[in-house]
Design a protein around this ligand. Structure first.
Ligand code: F3S
Length: 284
């Protein structure tokens, strides 16, 4: 059984940068260090950070002193102000690509556009984006919801960085028919596009596809959708322990991809376990 790992898989630029920023804060002696929500959407990596004294909290109410890290997904600016008002040190690990989307939303709002965000409602990045519109943005998950929006003079569309380009095209098409003027900012990040394209190409060539990443990770969920859409039997796992030998019966080629918040050590464990399964299945 051949095991092929996608060309672009695992940690993206923004996640690596966020982890370096946090490691730098912990090494410089800042104590305690908290992250608002998980720094990245990977439970195993979060557990590793906790062992180093970096703790995720759900709200500022849980933090009495020390430093608060704003995750790569960004936060509501009100939260940042509140942290400073409480005398906490704020360490900003927001990905520059998310910051770019914030700036576009502010511009659109200032210019009187009704902002539409294509994204997953409730996701931290989308909450942060919506906050930049003064919470006036419409959040849609796809074409059907965009088609239900009222007719309007000016719509401005901005996208969660991890969405699919196909969905963006569909939503933009639906909005174009519901307004006189439409401005579209394609804020899907390069890392997302690269991972999605490699995953699609690999899924088309293999008998079974594995997508490795947190179940709470939006970009991992997109990779699973893309791989499954090629027709390849696709399994989403967080760790090697979830692998089931029955998935690979009769398979000659197995593809592996991983979300932007999946660390290299988890991908390596999955590949090693797959090799063990392949060795056991090989004729002696
Ligand atoms: Fe940034 Fe894109 Fe990663 S927005 S955090 S580089 S998935």
């Amino acid at each position: 059984m051949d095991i092929i790992v996608a060309e672009n898989a695992g940690f993206c630029f923004g996640v690596k940068r966020a982890l370096e920023i946090v490691a730098g804060a912990a090494q410089s002696g800042v104590r305690p260090v908290y992250t608002l929500g998980p720094l990245i959407h990977n439970p195993q990596e979060i557990a590793r950070l906790e062992a180093q004294g970096i703790h995720p909290v759900e709200s500022l109410a849980q933090v009495a002193s020390g430093a608060v890290v704003l995750s790569a997904h960004g936060v509501d600016p009100g939260v940042e102000e509140e942290a400073r008002a409480h005398g906490l040190e704020v360490i900003d690990a927001t990905c520059p690509f998310v910051r770019r989307a914030h700036a576009h939303i502010r511009t659109l709002s200032d210019q009187g556009y009704t902002v539409v965000i294509l994204g997953d409602p409730g996701h931290r990045e989308v909450e942060g984006l919506a906050a930049r519109s003064g919470r006036k943005a419409e959040i849609v998950t796809g074409k059907e919801e965009a088609e239900r929006l009222p007719f309007c003079d000016q719509y401005g569309l901005v996208v969660q960085t991890t969405q699919r380009p196909e969905t963006l095209r569909e939503v933009a098409g639906a909005l174009a028919e519901r307004c006189r003027e439409l401005r579209v900012f394609n804020t899907i990040c390069e890392a997302t596009i690269g991972r999605q394209e490699s995953a699609r190409q690999l899924a088309e060539q293999v008998d079974v596809m594995l997508v490795v990443g947190g179940r709470n990770s939006a970009n991992t969920a997109r990779l699973r959708e893309i791989c499954a859409a090629t027709g390849a039997p696709t399994h989403h796992i967080e760790t090697a322990d979830e692998l089931e030998p029955a998935w690979f019966q009769g398979a000659h080629r197995v593809g592996v991809t991983a979300g932007a918040s999946t660390p290299e050590w988890i991908i390596a464990e999955v590949v090693a376990r797959l090799r063990e399964l392949a060795d056991r299945a090989a004729p002696r």
